[in-house]
Design a protein around this ligand. Structure first.
Ligand SMILES: NC(=O)c1ccc[n+]([C@@H]2O[C@H](COP(=O)([O-])OP(=O)(O)OC[C@H]3O[C@@H](n4cnc5c(N)ncnc54)[C@H](OP(=O)(O)O)[C@@H]3O)[C@@H](O)[C@H]2O)c1
Length: 249
């Protein structure tokens, strides 16, 4: 059963809500045991969904605004647990024109989306390479390909995680580790709430999506299971758009 995650342990970051919560529940349904890394241990809804899907989870706390703390937690995890799948999902966005984006806002977004992704991936990926098996799935964005509208730090961070995905695929591919990314389109989560609250912007986005609707967190789950499974053993360094066709337009 090539899409099964039975017997695998998956670390999912930022799984309290949105896309990360959906992926964690989907991985449980596919047979994986979960480790959730979040800034707060209060993950009741996600833990309940995992349980409903027949899975089990442990929670590790680390604030992704503090990459040094995240690295410390990841080094400890790499030392004590065998992690077969890593999903780099935790992410944040600050919307403001470049001239009004403060250096503190820039630093925060780069820390959460890029520096903490690196802080988790380096020790966990190195341990996978040592064991000569593992899957890393990073949540990139359409803004890994496009410039976006007044989200400069976010766009820079998401271009960077796509580059990191390719760099690590090259380096760890020979050691049996596949490093891929998913670029979700416009998905209805808190990340995009501001866009959906503006009727003109909401309609403009929806009308540009060939699928004719916004994505739901569950729309991302199939790709995340696929890239973590042995069905994707020969796929490496790829950024897979799950965007209802947006990039084809
Ligand atoms: N929604 C979209 O259209 C879209 C499109 C492309 C890419 N993405 C990416 O998908 C990923 C998930 O986003 P989402 O749409 O599901 O948004 P979301 O609902 O806002 O969820 C973001 C998740 O990241 C966590 N997080 C944020 N800041 C954190 C911090 N400092 N430390 C630890 N965890 C932190 C949040 O934890 P808390 O709940 O504790 O705040 C939450 O679980 C992000 O990387 C985002 O950039 C989203």
């Amino acid at each position: 059963m090539t899409f099964s995650l039975e017997g695998r342990t998956a670390l999912v970051t930022g799984a309290r809500r949105g896309i990360g919560a959906a992926i964690a529940a989907g991985y449980a349904a596919a047979g994986a045991e979960l480790i959730l890394m979040a800034r707060d241990a209060a993950l009741e809804d996600t833990l309940e969904a995992i349980k409903q899907n027949g899975g089990e989870a442990t929670v590790i706390t680390a604030d992704f605004a503090d990459p040094a703390a995240v690295e410390k937690a990841a080094i400890e995890l790499a030392r004590t647990r065998q992690i077969d799948i890593l999903v780099n999902n935790a992410g944040t966005i600050r919307r403001a024109p470049a001239a009004e984006t403060t250096t503190a806002d820039w630093q925060h977004v780069i820390d959460v989306n890029l520096n903490s992704t690196w802080a988790v991936t380096r020790p966990i990926g190195a341990a996978m390479a040592e064991r000569r098996t593992g899957k890393i799935v990073t949540i990139a964005s359409l803004l890994s390909f496009q410039g976006g509208v007044t989200v400069p730090a976010y766009t820079a961070s998401k271009h960077a995680v796509a580059g990191l995905t390719r760099a690590l695929a090259n380096e760890w591919g020979p050691a049996g580790v596949q490093v891929n990314a998913i670029a979700p389109g416009y998905i209805s989560t808190d990340n995009t709430a501001e866009l959906r609250a503006d009727p003109a912007r909401e309609a403009a986005i929806r009308q540009r999506i060939p699928a004719g609707r916004w994505g739901r967190p569950e729309d991302v789950v199939g790709a995340a299971v696929f890239l973590a499974s042995s069905a994707a053993d020969y796929i490496n360094g790829h950024v897979l758009a799950v965007d209802g066709g947006w990039l084809s337009r």
